[in-house]
Design a protein around this ligand. Sequence first.
Ligand code: ATP
Ligand code: SF4
Length: 296
Amino acid sequence: MASTVDTPAGRRLQHVKHIIIVCSGKGGVGKSSVSTQLAISLRNSSPTARVGILDVDLTGPSIPRMLQLDGHPVHQSSDGWVPVYADGSEARLACMSVGFLLKKKEDSVVWRGPKKNAMIRQFLSDVRWGELDYLVIDTPPGTSDEHLSLIEHMAPVAGRLSAVIVTTPQAVALLDAMKCLSFTRAVSLPVLGLIENMSGYVCPCCGEISNVFSTGGGQEMARREGLQFLGSLPVDTDLVTLLDAADSGAADSSGANSGSETFDLLRRYQRTSTAPLFAKIVEEIVRTLDQKSSPA
Ligand SMILES: Nc1ncnc2c1ncn2[C@@H]1O[C@H](COP(=O)(O)OP(=O)(O)OP(=O)(O)O)[C@@H](O)[C@H]1O
Ligand code: SF4
């Protein structure tokens, strides 16, 4: 019988303990922000946790922007691509995105399915992730070529895969989240739980919660479908301010930000009003994954 790691992606990912695919049925619900904040909170969940974040939203990569790593060059070593570390020399938050391969961040990626498939295969087999506790994968909205390619190339490590579904509370987003859930069921991808994002707005002056959209739909969907409800995240004005600042952040002459700037960015993420909610979500995720990997 062939070894379970007997493919380039299987060999490369053999030292990655858990792989979390973040998906949403609908665009713009906050999947990339959730992926970024999950990766940061997982990294901070223990002093030694090592986390990777892979951005396979090939036509709309936003992870480099969210980690203020836009324009960072990617180095090729004899052993493959070296990921970009969002925490400098600590090297506990490794990041890879097609965004690093574009000449300018405004450049668009207009690729057909086979080229996207080849890029994803390369990300999974050629990036030198090393040992990771968690690899968080940010995907495009919906269920597209990218999702199928991921599942196909990661078949040798299928036992370590799970998904987190992100939705907003509106009916249309929930309908699309259901489609996403049926995809996970069709490909036997276990779902760790559901996150309802932009669930209400917390007034920065008085803390009053206004439900701009309806609320509670994600929790209801989770109950109905037998999923774990991981939590609700309100519209976070700290996150908006942080990302606006990151967008206008100064880059050095190579177009890349220095390690200390991105390190400072990680600290600022930790001070947003949703950071404690992410810490709780991560506690739940870590508990579930530990149970899954502990011998019966
Ligand atoms: N809880 C939140 N509070 C405030 N702003 C948020 C929140 N979640 C996401 N956003 C903002 O909403 C916008 C869309 O978020 P994001 O890019 O994460 O969504 P997405 O689902 O990944 O989008 P796409 O479909 O383009 O991949 C971003 O500007 C992000 O900063
Ligand atoms: S919730 Fe209260 S403090 Fe906040 S904006 Fe509305 S009225 Fe003002």
